[in-house]
Design a protein around this ligand. Structure first.
Ligand code: SAM
Ligand code: SF4
Length: 333
C-alpha cells in the first residue's frame, strides 16, 4: 500500500487535522449547544491511546499541524497525557500542536501545555461582560476564563481570541473587546455564526454579517489590509491605532473553500471531510478492527476521494433551518 500524502480530488493537500477529544463541555453556549445536551456514552468515544494512534496515522500521511478541540478538550480526564504523546512527535513529522479551548480549565493546564510543546492556542470568548457571558454560556465562568488567559500568558503561550459576532449580544462591544485583546498583545478573530445543529433560538436573530461588523469598526479606526496567510479561512487587517491584528472568518459572506487544507475527526473517530457537509467515514471501525494500520490508510484514501469542493452555508431569512443537524461541538471548531 502506498503511503502518499493526503491529496483530495481537487488537488488540495491535507496537512491539518482538527481532532476532537470529547463532545462534553462545561459551558452551554447558546449558538453551539442546547441547554439539555445528551452526551455520548464512554464506550463510543475513542480512548486516549486510540486518539494517539489515529493522530500518528495522519502524521505518517503528511499532516503537519494538529489542533485538539471538542466539546471542551480540557474537560477530558487525563487529556494532558495525549498532549505529552503528541508533543513528542513535534519535529518528527509534526510541526505544530495546538488547541482551541473555552479557557475555563486553562489556569490548571497552561504550564503543562507549554511543556508539551504547545506554543499558540485559540481561546473562544464572545463577551467581557459578566451578565452577558452568563446569558450566552448559561454558566457563571467569566472570571475563571480570564484567570485562564492570564495563566496562559504567564506560561508563555501565544493567544488568539476567537469571537463569534452576534447581532444582539456583542455587536456594540466588539471595539472594546478588540482594544482589550490588543492591549494584552493578543490577536482577535471575528467569526460569523454558522447554521450547525438545532438550538433554541433562531440563528437569523443572532447572525451578524462581518461586512457589517467591519463597517462599524471602520467608523472608529483605520483598518489596513495585511498580507498574512495562515492557510486557513481567516483574512487579516491591522488596526493602525492599536497596532494589533483582527482576523475575519466569513463562511457565509465569503466562501473560503478553494484553499482548504484540513479535515476534522470527531471523538468517536468519524472523519468529516468538510465542516459544511454530512458526508463522513468511520475511522473507529478501522482502528478497532483487524490490520488497523492498513485499514486506516485505506479509509483515509477513501476519505480524500470524498472531500467536497465547497460548502453552501446560508442564513438567508428568519426561520432558516440548520444546514446540518450536527452541532459544532460534535465536529469541533
Ligand atoms: N469548547 C472549545 C471552545 O469553545 O473554544 C472548543 C470547541 S468550540 C465548538 C470551537 C469554536 O466553535 C468556538 O470558538 C465556538 O465559538 C465556535 N462555534 C460553535 N458553534 C458555532 C456556530 N454555530 N457558528 C460559529 N462558530 C461556532
Ligand atoms: Fe462548549 Fe465551545 Fe460549544 Fe461553547 S462553543 S458550548 S465552550 S464546545
Amino acid at each position: 500500500m502506498s503511503l502518499n500524502s493526503l491529496r483530495d480530488a481537487f488537488g488540495r493537500e491535507i496537512t491539518y487535522l482538527r481532532l476532537s477529544v470529547t463532545d462534553r463541555c462545561d459551558l452551554r453556549c447558546a449558538y453551539c449547544m442546547a441547554e439539555e445536551m445528551r452526551f455520548l456514552p464512554k464506550r463510543e468515544v475513542l480512548t486516549l491511546e486510540e486518539l494517539e494512534r489515529l493522530a500518528g496515522a495522519f502524521i505518517e500521511r503528511g499532516v503537519k499541524k494538529i489542533r485538539i478541540t471538542g466539546g471542551e478538550p480540557l474537560v477530558r480526564r487525563d487529556v494532558m497525557t495525549l498532549f505529552g504523546k503528541l508533543g513528542s512527535r513535534l519535529g518528527r513529522g509534526l510541526d505544530e500542536l495546538t488547541l482551541t479551548t473555552n479557557g475555563t480549565q486553562l489556569a490548571r493546564h497552561a504550564k503543562d501545555l507549554k511543556a508539551a510543546g504547545v506554543e499558540r492556542i485559540n481561546i473562544s470568548l464572545d463577551t467581557l461582560d459578566d451578565e452577558k457571558f452568563r446569558k450566552l454560556t448559561r454558566r457563571n465562568a467569566l472570571s475563571q476564563v480570564l484567570a485562564g488567559i492570564e495563566a496562559a500568558q504567564e506560561a508563555g503561550l501565544k493567544i488568539k481570541i476567537n469571537t463569534v459576532a452576534l447581532k444582539d449580544l456583542n455587536r456594540a462591544e466588539l471595539p472594546s473587546m478588540i482594544e482589550w485583546a490588543h492591549g494584552r498583545g493578543m490577536e482577535l478573530t471575528l467569526i460569523e455564526i454558522m447554521p450547525l445543529g438545532e438550538i433554541e433560538e433562531d440563528r437569523f436573530d443572532q447572525y451578524l454579517p462581518l461586512s457589517e461588523a467591519m463597517s462599524d469598526l471602520e467608523t472608529r479606526w483605520t483598518l489596513e489590509g495585511i498580507d498574512k496567510r495562515t492557510g486557513g479561512p481567516a483574512r487579516y487587517m491591522r488596526v493602525a491605532e492599536t497596532g494589533g491584528v483582527i482576523g475575519f472568518i466569513t463562511p457565509l459572506t465569503n466562501n473560503f473553500c478553494a484553499g482548504c487544507n484540513r479535515v476534522r475527526v470527531t471523538c468517536t473517530g468519524q472523519i468529516y471531510m468538510c465542516l459544511g457537509h454530512s458526508d463522513r467515514l468511520d475511522l473507529r471501525a478501522a482502528l478497532r478492527g483487524d490490520n488497523p494500520h492498513e485499514a486506516l490508510n485505506a479509509a483515509l484514501d477513501q476519505a480524500m476521494l470524498k472531500k467536497p469542493e465547497r460548502h453552501h452555508f446560508e442564513i438567508a431569512e428568519p426561520g432558516t433551518a440548520p444546514a446540518l443537524d450536527r452541532h459544532m461541538s460534535v465536529t469541533g471548531g
